[in-house]
Design a protein around this ligand. Structure first.
Ligand SMILES: Cc1cc2nc3c(=O)[nH]c(=O)nc-3n(C[C@H](O)[C@H](O)[C@H](O)COP(=O)(O)O)c2cc1C
Length: 378
């Protein structure tokens, strides 16, 4: 049998296969509260070995997109409970991706129209907020305000609370979103972080915020319930390349291994039109980090199997294919064809393109029904 469909153990959590559903923002939660439709969406995909939720902000300040279900209020915790119960009812495992966008936000969605926050005043990225006419729109992120040193501690506390809220919402663990140009990458990157306090300058200082958040989440949930997403050499949302990039992430890998986290999840941004993660670097990262390694970005069944067999990764992560194939595991297992995804319905809107993609057997049954009706009419 293909390694993809083997059981796998992550920190004592039993995954029934190695197929992981990627975190994907779908922007369909009115008032930023997870609803029944969201629960159905995750339930439909629960045959995955592990589902990682869409990014869920740990505070209003940490939000960069409208209709994005958060994890900072009681209604949100109750809303997420519907989704976690739905996934668990089908025997799935479910981590929450906890998130602060940092500078990638817009005044129109911040409390009292305040500026977003970041390590510095360097501006970059695109947010989903309200335009001048009050319509939801993709907009250039607003100019951020540089966080004072004491405020950074408050963000660390927000993450600790977010992790506790995620546990109370029924999630099996959390994934700290430290990829894709958001808050943590802004601190890691000396092209954006020009601070002179303990959070800027040396490699250790630039990594301090993410390490403090890891330690707080580990203290709250236990290391085996905490994973992290990283995108070495990532340039999404205007992140400039820098000489120390590779070494910065290897330093993080060593520190994370010491703490025994559930996993590191690498995101190769090649699938999103950016420069791909160099294979040599992936090899070096694998040799440096002895824990569970997940990889996302343009993977297909064959490439995922090959990378597992070659010992490069432990768990492959699938994103866009999961939007249109709720039964991706069954389709790959049986060799059934995959349904094409529809980028127009990725973000925002209603049930269309969200919970109306059928499983392969449902699709076959519908086609058979339609053929029968057509025959009867002929
Ligand atoms: C609609 C959409 C929303 C996404 N939202 C998130 C997100 O909330 N958090 C995150 O870390 N990555 C996000 N991503 C990136 C995916 O997790 C994944 O890494 C990417 O799609 C590459 O995998 P693929 O080539 O299998 O699609 C998103 C991608 C898509 C297409």
């Amino acid at each position: 049998m293909s390694a993809l469909f083997e059981n796998y153990d992550v920190g004592g959590l039993h995954l029934r296969n190695r197929v992981v559903m990627a975190p994907m923002t779908r922007s369909r939660a009115p008032n930023d509260i997870p609803n029944e439709m969201g629960a159905l969406y995750y339930r439909q995909r629960a045959s995955a070995g592990l589902i990682i939720s869409e990014g869920t902000p740990i505070s209003r300040e940490g939000q960069g997109y409208l209709f994005n279900p958060g994890i900072f209020g009681p209604d949100q915790i109750r809303g997420w409970q519907k989704a976690t119960q739905a996934v668990h009812a089908r025997g799935g495992t479910f981590f929450a991706q906890i998130w602060h966008v940092g500078r990638v936000s817009h005044t129109s969605i911040q409390i009292a129209g305040k500026a977003p926050v970041g390590p510095s005043e360097a501006q970059g990225g695109k947010a989903f907020g309200y335009d001048a006419q009050g319509r939801p729109n993709m907009l250039s992120a607003s100019k951020p305000r540089a966080l004072a040193t004491a405020e950074v501690k408050r963000i660390v506390d927000d993450f600790r609370q977010g992790a506790i809220n995620a546990r109370n919402a029924g999630f099996d663990g959390v994934e700290i979103h430290a990829a894709n140009g958001y808050l943590f990458e802004q601190f890691l990157n000396p092209g954006v972080n020009d601070r002179h306090d303990v959070y800027g300058g040396s490699r250790e200082n630039r990594c301090r915020l993410v390490m403090e958040v890891i330690d707080e989440c580990v203290a709250a949930l236990g290391a085996h319930r905490v994973g992290i997403r990283l995108s070495p050499h990532g340039t999404l949302f205007d992140m400039p390349e820098y000489d120390d990039n590779g070494e910065t992430y290897l330093y993080l890998a060593r520190e994370i291994e010491k703490r025994g986290l559930a996993y590191i999840h690498l995101h190769d941004q090649g699938g999103q039109g950016m420069a791909p993660l160099p294979m040599d670097y992936l090899r070096t990262f694998r040799q440096t980090y002895g824990g569970n390694l997940l990889l996302a970005g343009n993977l297909e069944k064959e490439s995922a199997e090959r990378m597992i067999t070659d010992g490069l990764i432990d768990l492959p992560v699938f994103g866009r294919m999961y939007t249109s194939n709720p039964d991706l595991v069954e389709r790959m297992y049986n060799g059934w064809p995959l349904a094409e995804y529809d980028p127009d319905t990725f973000y925002g809107g209603d049930a269309r393109g969200y919970v109306d993609f059928p499983t392969y057997p449902e699709d076959q049954a519908r086609k058979a029904r339609e053929a029968m009706i057509a025959d009867n009419q002929a």
